[in-house]
Design a protein around this ligand. Structure first.
Ligand code: ADE
Ligand code: ZN
Length: 349
């Protein structure tokens, strides 16, 4: 942490946390589908969903683990059919992100969830990408896309998805790995990640959300990822913690997700503060904000209140988010200047 950072009055901490410019690096765009939009799209596309109304659907959001969430999340995504649906979903998130002072976002999308229902990859990517372009122009939010492979499916299926997406290579910056973690270790996708690396795509993977530290090691050593999504189980392995700190491999941590999926019993027990204090490039993100009870600032404010993070941690988390992002160095520098300006305003009084 920067030793020269001046303190900020404790009663202004929530305001500071909300105001800081930040990058969001771990959010699944399908996880931003609010129940109201699910029902509106179901009606527009004449898709049946097994819930009577918005309230009944919201009540179903009581999860016991990752799989109990994924079952509902994939059902919710079934209302997405047209390019405009993907645009509308992404645009709603991007406006919400802007309100939280998210100035840059790298959004995950799950093409296989849609291609399995007969929706072409082109429809998915074109709709999402058009929203990213409009966000840059109209909201001042820079936005890019990361294509995720579903790890409960085969590597062959991932290869087929990559082939279908490659004509749109200019519209996404990297690939990731998500869905059911335990029983689907990173090495299952060694060949497809090697191919993506040859193609010059950025590489990330979910690892150490529910799965063991061994999955984080293989995400690093076999898949050669540049960032680890979640990674909170790494704290069980001191040698892994040392590796992550020394190599400045970022972790994209999602506290409200971890709370709702019972990875930690309560937010006060979350290990974000110990990750930061151990020198890791940890960041705070929303994962699936429509399902886990909060967008970016809600994650930050609740985590700060529960874990005793202070203003210097807030600066560090925002700085980490820019360091960990896949934007070019001059743009990173510009965001760091904005961060320092806002922080200085609060430190001065
Ligand atoms: N897909 C959407 N959210 C996810 C999460 N938290 N873990 C794994 N896969 C996901
Ligand atoms: Zn995730």
């Amino acid at each position: 942490m920067s030793p020269s950072l001046p303190p900020v009055a404790a009663d202004r901490l929530p305001e500071l946390v909300r105001a800081l410019p930040k990058a969001e690096l771990h959010m699944h765009i399908e996880g931003s589908l609010e129940p109201e939009l699910i029902f509106a799209l179901a009606q527009r596309n004449k898709v049946e969903i097994p819930y009577a109304d918005v309230e009944t659907l919201r009540h179903a959001y009581a999860f016991t683990n990752l799989q109990s969430f994924l079952d509902i999340y994939y059902a919710g995504a079934s209302v997405l059919i047209t390019e405009q649906d993907f645009y509308d979903m992404a645009w709603a998130y991007l406006k919400r992100a802007q309100a939280d002072n998210v100035v840059h976002t790298e959004m995950f999308f799950d093409p296989q969830t849609h291609t399995a229902r007969g929706v072409p990859v082109k429809t998915v990517i074109d709709g999402l990408h058009r929203a990213c372009v409009d966000a840059g122009r109209q909201l001042g939010v820079s936005a890019s896309l990361i294509l995720c492979f579903l790890r409960h499916l085969s590597e062959e299926d991932a290869f087929a998805t990559l082939e279908e997406a490659l004509p749109h290579r200019d519209k996404f910056i990297g690939v990731g790995l998500d869905s059911s973690e335990v029983g689907h270790p990173p090495e299952k996708f060694a060949r497809v990640f090697a191919r993506c690396r040859e193609l010059g795509l950025h590489l990330v993977a979910h690892a150490g959300e529910e799965g063991p530290p061994a999955y984080v090691w293989s995400a690093l050593d076999v898949l050669k990822v540049e960032r680890v999504d979640h990674g909170v189980q790494s704290s069980k392995d001191p040698a892994l913690m040392q590796r992550l700190a020394e190599e400045r491999i970022p972790l994209t941590v999602c506290p409200l997700s971890n709370l709702k999926l019972c990875v930690f019993p309560d937010l006060a027990a979350h290990n974000i503060k110990s990750l930061l204090d151990a020198g890791l490039v940890a960041t705070i993100n929303s994962d699936d904000p429509a399902y886990f009870g909060g967008y970016m600032n809600e994650n930050w404010v609740q985590t700060f209140a529960a874990t005793g993070l202070d203003a210097r941690h807030a600066w560090q988390l925002a700085a980490n988010s820019f360091e960990a992002s896949f934007i070019e160095p001059p743009q990173k520098q510009a965001y760091m200047e904005r961060l320092n300006e806002v922080y200085a305003r609060f430190a001065a009084g």
